[in-house]
Design a protein around this ligand. Structure first.
Ligand code: GDP
Length: 452
């Protein structure tokens, strides 16, 4: 996500921070580069222009340029403006409102899902139903109103079994508005909290589709009308959102395929062009690959600050508390040996693998590149575990003991090559260095505070 923009901004900031003092010309030069980076990320022109104007105005203020750390200040201004561009800090809200979904109306609360064919609408409906069941503890029911695409209703039924959410039984030949009525009736009878309506898609925005959406909204009085759009289509996604919002009362947008979107133009332009908040991001084909969209956290990720909050949340779900505390204690003392690495490798596997983690951890971008270079992927996590298992406790605590003779012994014990042992030791060094960096910045807490 946002990889290209992230790299470009990183370069600009390295240069800014590298200079002690800054003058107005330096800032304007940096802004020109950021403008190009935004446009290359497919950000809509007016949005990029507005962004640059806002940042420039704040950054060339004398307080900033005369400060002790002008470069750092400019980064902070860009960060805050990015948050604004992505939807504003208010979208982060308190915990109850964290996902920005309004589910507290009188049940059944109706969530209407709209969008074009192939946007990922049906998959996302199932993902959201699962999310609502698991995160909100609400009883959900899904109904497909898509009578146009063959087997669309069956598709939702299959997904329903996978996410353990009930679907409305299919009655062949029934029309969308009638299905919506029947779904509502069924939801009332079964004391359903949230009813998700997966409406029909089309290849293009057309009037018949809009009339159908309006009719369905008319009978179901939805609390949320969520538009599903494919992030990979960039500015087209924004245009589709504009077309829909002119016809149906959208309450938010869900961007799918963010996992494959290195540019990020749709996410960065959506709020300002359409006025609609992005509420969720689809990040993969699996049914748990749906994330609440937090502008603050996304901005952190873009600026390579690492999405510390999401990481900590994810960690909290998978790491045993004692383990986490033990690691935190050791990290605070600047200790990080192969036992710690092994624990981390296990957690990495539990938490979705290296790629997932490295993108979220501050300071890990370089480590990730190093890992990729030395051919580390998720399969290798298993090898690494085997290598560490073949070491003596002393070697695990003091990896510097690993000389050629020991490496050979360990490799043989693990059924691998000396090269694999070297890879592991190199990775340990990289990680130890990253840990030190985080510690220097005051640990995870200090890091979050610095940009909070
Ligand atoms: P619909 O026609 O809009 O209902 O689209 P579907 O729900 O059938 O999805 C079309 C394809 O997109 C399926 O293969 C999904 O697995 C895939 N898909 C949906 N959301 C995402 C996402 O966030 N990331 C990725 N990589 N694939 C997705």
């Amino acid at each position: 996500m946002f990889d290209n923009l992230s790299d470009r901004l990183g370069n600009v900031f390295d240069r800014l921070r590298g200079r002690g003092a800054l003058n107005e010309a330096d800032v304007r030069e940096a802004m020109r580069e950021i403008r190009v980076a935004l446009l290359e990320a497919d950000v809509a022109l007016p949005v990029a222009r507005r962004f640059i104007d806002a940042v420039t105005e704040k950054a060339i203020g004398q307080d900033v340029l005369r400060s002790v750390t002008p470069g750092q200040q400019v980064v902070k201004i860009v960060h805050d403006e990015l948050v604004e561009m992505l939807g504003g800090a208010a979208e982060d809200g308190g915990s109850a409102q964290a996902e920005g979904l309004n589910l507290n109306a009188r049940p059944p609360v109706v969530v209407m899902m709209v969008g074009l064919q192939g946007s990922g609408k049906t998959t996302t409906t199932a993902k959201l139903a699962k999310y609502i069941r698991e995160k909100h503890g609400k009883k959900a029911l899904m109904a497909s109103l898509d009578v146009a695409r063959p087997a669309a209703q069956e598709q939702l039924a299959v997904l329903g079994t996978q996410v353990d959410v009930a679907t409305l039984p299919i009655l062949q030949g029934q029309q969308p508005v009638d299905i919506a009525r029947r779904a509502l009736e069924s939801a009332r009878l079964q004391n359903i909290d949230v009813l998700l309506l997966d409406t029909a898609g089309r290849l293009h925005v057309d009037q018949a589709l809009m009339e159908e959406m309006k009719a369905v909204a008319g009978v179901s009085a939805p609390t949320e009308v969520l538009l599903v759009v494919d992030a990979l289509t960039g500015q087209d996604a924004v245009n589709v959102a504009q077309s829909f919002s002119g016809e149906v009362p959208l309450t938010g947008v869900i961007l799918t395929r963010m996992d494959g979107d290195a540019r990020g133009g749709a996410a960065l332009s959506m709020r300002h062009v359409t006025g609609k908040p992005i509420k969720f991001a689809g990040t993969g084909e699996k049914l748990d690959a749906l994330e609440a969209f937090h502008p603050g956290r996304v901005a952190d990720r873009i600026l390579g600050m690492g999405d510390v909050v999401s990481l900590v949340e994810r960690a909290a779900q998978t790491i045993k508390e004692e383990d986490a505390e033990a690691l935190a204690r050791r990290m605070a003392k600047g200790q990080f040996d192969l036992n710690d690495l092994r624990m981390q490798l296990k957690q990495m596997q539990n938490m979705g693998g290296i790629g997932m983690l490295a993108g979220m951890l501050p300071g890990m971008k370089k480590a990730k590149a190093a890992m990729a270079q030395s051919g580390v992927d998720d399969k290798v996590l298993v090898h690494m575990d085997a290598v560490i298992s073949s070491m003596t406790p002393k070697e695990r605590a003091r990896p510097e003991l690993m000389n050629a003779r020991r490496k050979k012994r360990v490799a043989a014990g693990a059924g691998l090559d000396v090269q694999d042992v070297n890879k592991l030791l190199k990775m340990h060094q990289e990680m130890a260095r990253a840990m030190k960096q985080i510690r220097k910045m005051g640990g995870f807490k200090g890091l979050a505070a610095a940009f909070g």
